[in-house]
Design a protein around this ligand. Sequence first.
Ligand code: SAM
Length: 347
Amino acid sequence: MSETGDSGGFAPIQALGRLAPYHWSAGLVMRGLAELRIADQLAGGPRTAVQVAAAIGAHAPSLHRFLRVCVLHDLVTAEEGGRFALTDRGALLRSDVPSLRGFTIAVNAPGMTRPWEQIADVVRTGRPASEQVLGTSHWDHYAKHPAEARAYVETSATLSAEAADALVRTIDCTGVRRVVDVGGSPGTVLAAVLDAAPQAHGVLLDLDWAVPYAEAELARRGLAGRTETVGGDFRVAVPPGGDLYLLKNILCDLDDDTAATVLSVCAAAAPAGGRLVVVDWEDTGDTSHVHANDVEFMVLTGGRVRTGDEYEELLRAAGFEQVRRTRLSGFDRAPIVVLEGRRGTHD
Ligand SMILES: C[S@@+](CC[C@H](N)C(=O)[O-])C[C@H]1O[C@@H](n2cnc3c(N)ncnc32)[C@H](O)[C@@H]1O
């Protein structure tokens, strides 16, 4: 807000009027820009809508009108001669460099946006909306919508890469022989652990639809010979005999009862003394970006972001002892906690 009480040159009511319409929001405009691969076309320099439309096979007058809305979200700028230039923000939607293009498409896909349309109901009832609006759970929706699944998995790989590198600097991988990554697709985290533990073999469990993505990634990383993949439901069973069980960003998607079930399933599969490592968003008490993730889980799956104490309590209740807690460095805006426990010797 400026000193005069304006917001971006608008009176508050006008500013809110421009913020309120969901379908004008940066998210959906970015999704259009990303799907049309417009940023790729502008990466080499400013071009007119006619030039871009010819390259991407679009209706030039409509593209021109759409690009003017992209200007409002600082994705492009309008230049002389009717040309549009890419901004630094818009460049993050290119498809030919590591970018947030996949993320933008994935988080604005119907599997995510349609449950969010029920936000008032979710808040009223305390129940997630996916089943009600999609007719299936959040994760099973991907089995029926491969394009959304692909965008989600690509995003997951991009977003997990940095955390996976931080994780292998945080936990001790010395002497690990058999790592079981529970809900591990697309394999980014398992690959990082196996790179840090060259003596280890890896097993990745995920839902059937997600397994091929993990297989492709593990093969791409040259790890096909050191890994096996299993399709299944971690609420029912996980592969036995691991000396290290990994659950990264799994508990945040689960309500307390299901989280307790999954941890008990892991405890039953692990040998006495077997290690469990939970890596997840942490509610540190301060308002942070993690609270947006928290509401996302509330809406989509009924999960939630927990405090370190809450995670620790879940681990201990499932029979994991000697619980140690640390945090991944470099994730201050959305803290990520790491809890390590060992399965007790008693059953
Ligand atoms: C938020 S992602 C985390 C992926 C990975 N651990 C990471 O951090 O990159 C959750 C994963 O759990 C898998 N998943 C969800 N429900 C599952 C279930 N009931 N059984 C097995 N996997 C499941 C999803 O398919 C997805 O790959």
